[in-house]
Design a protein around this ligand. Structure first.
Ligand SMILES: Cc1cc2nc3c(=O)[nH]c(=O)nc-3n(C[C@H](O)[C@H](O)[C@H](O)COP(=O)(O)OP(=O)(O)OC[C@H]3O[C@@H](n4cnc5c(N)ncnc54)[C@H](O)[C@@H]3O)c2cc1C
Length: 395
């Protein structure tokens, strides 16, 4: 693990960015469980919720002031997302709007930044879709098959993506595609490029979407691409360096996702402890039974531990230092703490956990995702085994 200034965290993590957390909490109060149950039922996008957070400026937190945002550090975005989840809401769309633009910010040209970032900051433009995963190659990203060939001032793209969340609701999508055939590159991570696709123009002109009926309401789609034309000026950074750009942004994404997990864990723990104190069976509160109390206490301890690793990862990231190990471990630990807290909460509520009006089963389904997406637990363990513990590469 890296050592240094980031090791001296003196403020309890959940007390950092208090004012920001308070503001987000107030907005979340207007979006109670009923709102999310209805969306879930209709498989609908949280338009009003996203609008409220956009108008208050929270979704532009990471965009520099010169492009219309507030230029806050990553830990502020963590606090926003954690609070949203802690309050029982879901930040998937917010997370995407806050973070997907990072690739444009870090690797885009000045012209691209001026063209897109102010619109994203104001909410006028939705960049909430990121097309990486493909049906035949899955976690083996460097082997993806979607092909982009340059013809004059355009790229012609053909291929398929799967699990592309919010492609139906976004104006723009980032797309990872192969620009040099795999057998012509020296390293398997070479030859991939990132493009900005204007979905408003692309839909019906070489790009079709089909919604996936899924366990969680992420508005996820299959994307079919057939001779889609993308202007060459929509290439981000240099051709062939796309995989590096994506990897570059993965640590930030893991830290943000881990914060959502911590929020879920805190939600479950709060709900479970309240219920365990109130629910009386066999003449005493169920929380008096160690079988109910201990799993909640254990999940709490795991959450506190995970939050320290996530805070360290964010501090290292903000200091411009290597945070790969901490970002991966933080995401692993936080996703598991959230799941254990969810399990404890389900068990504490007993049959009532299954009643949608309590909001427990929805959160339980939602929090399960984080052990699989955006990266599955095994792949994180492989990272730790290989890059931190220097054991042989397993894939
Ligand atoms: C709701 C939802 C939203 C999503 N949103 C997006 C999105 O917006 N954009 C996007 O690009 N993708 C998205 N994804 C896709 C997600 O990132 C992938 O599902 C995830 O990366 C895993 O890939 P896969 O499903 O192809 O699993 P696979 O790669 O097929 O893996 C299946 C299982 O095998 C394990 N496995 C595979 N290889 C190894 C190995 N070498 N060692 C050990 N275990 C291994 C994995 O850990 C996993 O448990 C989303 C997925 C879901 C469910």
């Amino acid at each position: 693990m890296s050592e240094g200034a980031a090791d001296t965290i003196t403020i309890p993590v959940e007390q950092q960015w208090q004012e920001l957390r308070e503001g987000v909490r107030r907005i979340c109060e207007d979006f109670p469980n009923d709102y999310w149950v209805k969306l879930d039922h209709e498989s609908a996008y949280p338009t009003e919720f996203v609008n409220a957070l956009t108008e208050a400026g929270y979704l532009a937190a990471l965009i520099p002031e010169e492009y219309g945002g507030s230029g806050l550090p990553l830990s502020a975005a963590c606090a926003i997302l954690e609070t949203i989840h802690e309050q029982g809401c879901n930040a998937a769309a917010c997370h995407a709007q806050m973070y997907t633009m990072g690739t444009v910010l870090r690797h885009g040209s000045e012209e691209q930044k001026r063209k897109y970032l102010p619109g994203i900051a104001s909410g006028e433009l939705r960049l909430q879709a990121f097309g990486v995963t493909e049906p035949t190659t899955g976690s083996d990203t460097t082997q993806l098959k979607t092909r982009a060939e340059k013809k004059g001032d355009r790229y012609i793209v053909t291929g398929q993506k799967v699990w592309t969340s919010r492609a139906m609701q976004s104006d723009l999508m980032l797309l990872l595609a192969r620009t040099t055939p795999a057998d012509q590159v020296h390293k398997r991570s070479e030859g991939l490029s990132v493009f900005i696709v204007d979905l408003r123009e692309a839909k019906g002109n070489g790009l079709e979407l089909r919604k996936i009926d899924a366990m969680v309401n992420h508005n996820t789609c299959e994307v079919f691409i057939d001779n889609l034309e993308i202007p060459a000026e929509n290439l981000i950074g240099e051709e062939g360096k796309g995989f590096r750009y994506i990897v570059d942004s993965m640590n930030a994404e893991r830290i943000l996702i881990a914060s959502e997990c911590l929020g879920d864990a805190r939600f479950f723990i709060r709900r479970a402890t309240d219920y365990a104190r109130e629910r009386v069976v066999f003449g005493r509160p169920i929380g008096q039974n160690q079988g109910i109390q201990f799993p909640i206490a254990r999940a709490y301890a795991e959450t506190v531990a995970a939050s320290l690793v996530v805070a360290k990862a964010a501090a290292l990231f903000e200091a411009g230092r290597d945070c790969g190990a901490e970002a991966n471990m933080g995401k692993l630990l936080a996703s598991e703490a959230a799941w254990h807290a969810g399990e404890a909460c389900m068990q504490t509520f007993g049959g009532f956990a299954f009643a949608r009006e309590y909001g427990i089963e929805r959160k339980w389904r939602e929090t399960r995702l984080y052990q699989i997406a955006p990266i599955s637990t095994n792949l994180i363990l492989a990272y730790i085994g290989q890059h931190v513990l220097r054991m042989p590469r397993s894939y």
